[in-house]
Unconditional design. Sequence first.
Lengths: 212, 212
Amino acid sequence: MSPARTDHDARRHDVSEAVWRVLAEHGFAGLTLRAVAGAMGASTGLVTHYFGGKRELVAHALDILETRTQRRPRLKAPAPGLAALRTHVLNILPLTPEGMATNRVWVCSWDIALSDPVLFAAQTSRYERIRADLRAAIDDARRLGELVTGADADDLAATTLSFTHGLVVQALFAPETFPPARLTRLADDFLAATFGGSCPGSAPGHEPRSGQ
Amino acid sequence: MSPARTDHDARRHDVSEAVWRVLAEHGFAGLTLRAVAGAMGASTGLVTHYFGGKRELVAHALDILETRTQRRPRLKAPAPGLAALRTHVLNILPLTPEGMATNRVWVCSWDIALSDPVLFAAQTSRYERIRADLRAAIDDARRLGELVTGADADDLAATTLSFTHGLVVQALFAPETFPPARLTRLADDFLAATFGGSCPGSAPGHEPRSGQ
DNA sequence: GTACATACCGAACGTTTGTTATGTACTTCG
DNA sequence: CGAAGTACATAACAAACGTTCGGTATGTAC
């Protein structure tokens, strides 16, 4: 009644890994069941065995995407407030090859997400969650007295996410123009101008622009 | 030797219009020759008669996209410098249904553009052109003494485009959360914080945040 | 050992894709 | 009025797609 000679969840994860590899290389336009099966040296029967269909496969791939972005152990927030906000931003930016792949898939997913109602809703709520995280850090910063601006926290969160994702897109299309060092500098400049005191003399000893 | 009973270019434009309609509704994933033909009440033979194939069709559609974005007569720059920069940003943002459709197609095109080398290069150069335009406005602003910050003009152009396109994506996924009024306010706040004096007392009589 | 459920392959199914070929209506030229 | 060439519909085509299914191997349960 319970023959479980293989770890079901582990195998499912293997399939998702293959989905990931295909997605990072050919985008959603090149995501087919056969391509996934081929990427893991298996047959399409295996893929359909663990996933009901392509729709379910895509949905799970996007879930993995979020999980990767969140659990990526790249940076830990060194302190609450502005430092945590900066960590959030840097964790999203494509600073590593893995982050590059993640963002590539993320951007590619927008095509189908905009057309499919289910994926659209999922993506929308994902954005709300990210903005909520950013907002929490911003609220902490305000509580800590780190903020100069009096702008609305929701607006600031939206603006921060705007800058971050827009920078991601540009970096994807011109990796050599936006190396990690420049991405970090742009992010720091943005954060300084938006939150910290870019005002001369308002926050001494805190250079907003590091040398080129 | 020259029977031209229909305007070839006009018909080509009609096809591109149909491409546009399909793209705005179903994204690039739903762009097929039959869908295009159906959208203009014609047959696939007509489509292939005016375009060599799908590749050519997509390329032309992306050209149209750029043309629309540039020639959109929404706003004229009232003055050089910061005002022109603001106009640039507002012209990109999805402030109208048409701008919504334009940006939707734009975002959807990233999927295939990231996988296709030719489209990738085209998209990359498109971004460089936009950044060059923004940079020109920023240089003007600096020449006019409108800039408080001393940051690099290229960095500022990249940051501005980042913010703008990231905001576009968020607005596409949550139109009711980002109505035109809020988009405009966010843009003005961003520009004020990044370029103008968000420093209290540095630019009197120029409120960076308009009331909700 | 027998029964049964899972894991997976391999092939087939029908549909949809891009592309190509054929045929017809029409307009212009000589 | 033919001749010729364009404009377009219609249909056929192979390839690739998502999905379904029978078959086989392998494990646990009784």
